[in-house]
Design a protein around this ligand. Structure first.
Ligand code: SF4
Length: 193
């Protein structure tokens, strides 16, 4: 991890900028390779993440790891984070104030890593980053916004309640892997503005 990312990590761990700091066990900074071409962004830490202080280490994390491997990504080579770094009580969705307050950390992560593409996991991250209400229309597609390329897929936790989505996230990440290959080779890709 780079010195700059390590500094963000330390700021997150000691952060008390919003009330989620009062109920968390551990803040959960992003984790992974600072040199990555792709960042995966989820909603917020869950119970296991809160206990361990690491993102995507519970059941949803296992599903994500499986899908990454299926698609040809190596988990240690990419970077995974959330729009909100502390667990909301009872896994409720983070509210707008919490998302806005925590956004400074995600912005720093994006500025430092400067990924070629950002993979949005699920509706909450989609709503926060692209102001969308539901991912259905743009799932599996690339969207360009503010000079960033985004790819949209389901949140791995959704598979716990809807097992049919397991193959959907696997196929989406495979599509993302192919898109990233094209971007790196300078080949044209289809972009939805
Ligand atoms: S959720 Fe974000 S802003 Fe709120 S305390 Fe945790 S790190 Fe700080």
């Amino acid at each position: 991890m780079s010195d700059e990312l390590d500094s963000v990590r330390r700021s997150v761990i000691s952060c008390t900028r919003c009330d989620l700091s009062k109920t968390r066990t551990n803040a959960v900074p992003g984790s992974g390779n600072a040199q990555t071409d792709v960042i995966f962004i989820g909603e917020a830490p869950g119970r296991n993440e809160d206990l361990q202080g690491e993102p995507f280490v519970g059941t949803a994390g296992k599903i994500l790891s499986e899908a990454l491997e299926y698609a040809g990504f190596v988990r240690k080579d990419i970077y995974i984070t959330n729009i909100v770094k502390c667990r909301p009580p009872n896994n409720r969705r983070p509210n707008k104030q919490e998302i806005d307050t925590c956004s400074i950390y995600l912005q720093k992560e994006l500025e430092i890593i400067r990924p070629k593409i950002i993979c949005i996991l699920g509706n909450t991250a989609y709503g926060s980053l692209l102001d969308g209400s539901a991912i259905t229309k743009n799932r599996g597609k690339v969207i360009k916004r503010n000079n960033h390329l985004y790819f949209v897929t389901v949140h791995p936790a959704a598979i716990i309640y809807n097992p049919a989505l397991r193959q959907v996230i696997k196929d989406d990440l495979k599509t993302l892997h192919a898109i990233l290959d094209k971007i790196k080779k300078g080949t044209q890709i289809q972009i939805n503005e």
